[in-house]
Design a protein around this ligand. Sequence first.
Ligand code: FPP
Length: 239
Amino acid sequence: MSAIPHHIAIVMDGNGRWATRRCLPRVAGHKKGVDALRACVRHCGERGVKVLTVFAFSSENWNRPPEEVSGLMELLAMALSREVPKLKSEGVRIHFVGDRSGLSEKVRAGLAQAEAATAANTRLVFNVCFSYGGRWDIAQAAARLADRGEPITEQSLDRAMALADVPDPDLLIRTGGERRLSNFLLWQAAYSELYFTDKLWPEFNAAELDAAIADFGQRERRFGRTSQQLQPPAPRKVA
Ligand code: FPP
């Protein structure tokens, strides 16, 4: 049996292309993306993954056409009202990560309500990065330390980051064929195993997730050490 990553992070790319190939508006691809996300959350819980972090809306996505931005905001509001009761009963704790200052009062209230409603759950932590950028996170952490007059060290920065409550991702998946981080978890992905697939996000299902987990199980994680250092010591010969 292969190792199960404690924390999986996902760049859910390819919704737009999925829709365009079917002559549908891009927002239809995002809607289908919500379906894929629901299945993914469920499967992570079933496989024993403890933390799932997804990139739902980046700091740079604000520059998309206004109708796509408002479509994503509506989709978020709709997904929250539909999905939160299910997440609550399935033991999922939802947490939103990102700069909430640009969000409407209504959306902000929806995020806070979803977090409060699931706060007691412990089966799976589900971080939704929304209006998020890795550079934003590093800058806000540094600004917080500067405000408090605390020295900036790797440890203090780590504790001030938005995902300070969970260990760094073990496995970072990107769908949609691109092979880049696009400002996702720049700090936390330092030692994540990266997995890229050409599947578009709406096509990413339980079997695809299992394939990524199986691939992860084959990796040797050295964290800067050598292979030999990772080998258990040979058993001592008894005379
Ligand atoms: C990237 O695909 C995807 C996004 C910018 C949005 C991801 C959102 C979801 C999967 C739905 C969940 C969202 C909410 C609001 C809960 P793309 O649009 O860049 O696709 P493309 O590369 O094919 O154009």
